[in-house]
Design a protein around this ligand. Sequence first.
Ligand SMILES: [Zn+2]
Length: 289
Amino acid sequence: MRILTFDIEDWFHIIQKYPDDILDRWGNYEVRIHNGMDRIFKILDEKDIRATFFILGYIARKHPEIVKRIHDLGYEVAAHSDMHKPAYRQGREEYKQDLTACINSLENITGEKVLSYRAPGFSIKKQNVWAFEVLNELGIKNDASIFPAIRDHGGFDDFAESRPAIIKYNGIYIKEFPMSVNSFFGKKFAVTGGGYFRFFPYRFMRKTIQNADYTMTYFHPRDFDPKQPMMNGLSLERKFKSYYNLSKSYTKLNQMVYDFNFIDMREANSLIDWDSAPVVDLSHYSDNK
Ligand SMILES: [Zn+2]
């Protein structure tokens, strides 16, 4: 099973500090999201495939036409938080308010209940598993926030599964579609999204996908916009991870969807035999508030 997903945000929504005037700062940046969106829409149309779109509430309010187009084309509209603040940097109330604002902004446009979610930067970790209770309260049934490896701004290294599973937490159940990771040289990496997607040559990615039963992906409009400016104040490592090989990523995405069949999370959900899916009980982390 191979699932295609996009996190819909602009080039400046890379995780960094969140000063009080963040909205003014964002408002001063050039809007570039359409460059990447046009290429994403083109590929899906040409290959006649569907994808799940995790969209910021911020983007829904600034560019409602993007959400409308995604929905009108029959693709899944899903939530990616309102302001792209890492979940683990928020208290429970703040987190709930932020996600509620996102969901409301999306539902106001589509008229349909949002059922799927991915935290910004895969930011549900051991320390904030209570987030699953909030997801449940807000009607989210399918989550894609778990990155079962070590990662800069998120990551749940000891999460037991790298395939669809049912998360059990204090009496609630949520279907989890974790990021797919592969082990190389004793370390776990994801090659179908982010910096490693750009870094590794396509033939390496193809082999990885071929050998896997389950592949999850995450791409952004900015991944396909090689002319975007470089964000100020990033470390050398962040710069490398965020911008290296940008010019090649659209070709790679094209090759990937040409070589393999991809589906969206809704279809994956209907194909999975959930009765025999692994159950991951996270209740023992519940002391972490
Ligand atoms: Zn994001």
